[in-house]
Design a protein around this ligand. Structure first.
Ligand SMILES: O=C(CO)[C@@H](O)[C@H](O)COP(=O)(O)O
Ligand SMILES: [Fe+2]
Length: 217
């Protein structure tokens, strides 16, 4: 299972330093939460921070857009060095167009689904995506409790993927720790985001080891 440390819980005054700490452990992704204060209550950062970090890291930049009108952000994020851009199904009535726009910009496309949104909402566009992000908390903040009902949702998505012969990563985000990662790994998730579990601890490197062990069960 791939691990995606979320910089939402890193030290914003020392981002490059915190990214270097997780990068040397061999994690594959860096998860970057872009929030606009409208789609979610919280406000974080945008393409300027992605561009600044790009100079310091070779990780896959996994940009999770929690914004209204996501189409406005894609070109700038692609130019800034995003490798993957995720758009919430709840944020646009034009998901097919937005995913196509992401791919045309040369970036991998992801659809994101909130805990309360049924899987049927993304069924039609599954053949278009490189990754599906199943939110395991309601988006907006780090440090929230994992919502248990999302485990069966991951399992149903993994089954659909297999039955349809589709090829996309299944990512989970929110409340991931050494125990919950085991549950989602068993259900079929292939990428796990973790923010507070990694960065709010005194030894982030040790936390990543625990996550990797947990994912193996
Ligand atoms: O998208 C989000 C929150 O909306 C996440 O990516 C958080 O960064 C996850 O934080 P933890 O639950 O792992 O602390
Ligand atoms: Fe996220």
């Amino acid at each position: 299972m791939k691990i995606a440390p979320s910089i939402l819980s890193a030290d914003f005054a020392n981002l490059a330093h915190d990214v270097a700490i997780v990068e040397q452990t061999g994690v594959e992704y860096l998860h970057i939460d872009i929030m606009d204060g409208h789609f979610v209550e919280n406000l974080t950062f945008g393409a300027n921070v992605v561009k600044a970090l790009r100079k310091h890291s070779k990780l896959v930049f996994d940009c999770h857009l929690m914004v209204e009108t996501p189409e406005k952000y894609i070109a700038e994020l692609a130019m800034a060095g995003a490798d993957l851009i995720g758009v919430h199904i709840e944020a646009t009535p034009h998901i097919h167009r937005v995913l196509s726009q992401i791919k045309e910009a040369g970036v991998k496309a992801e659809v994101v689904i909130n805990p309360g949104t049924p899987l049927t909402a993304i069924m039609e566009i599954l053949p278009l995506v490189d990754q599906v992000l199943v939110m395991t908390v309601d988006p907006g903040f780090g440090g929230q409790a994992f919502i248990e009902s999302t485990v069966s949702k991951v399992a149903r998505l993994a089954q659909l993927k297999q039955e349809a012969g589709l090829d996309f990563e299944i990512e989970v985000d929110g409340g991931i720790n050494a125990e919950t990662i085991e549950q989602v790994a068993k259900a079929g998730a292939t990428v796990a985001v973790a923010g507070s579990y990694i960065f709010n601890a005194s030894d982030p490197v040790e936390q990543i080891k625990l996550l990797k062990q947990g994912a193996k069960g």
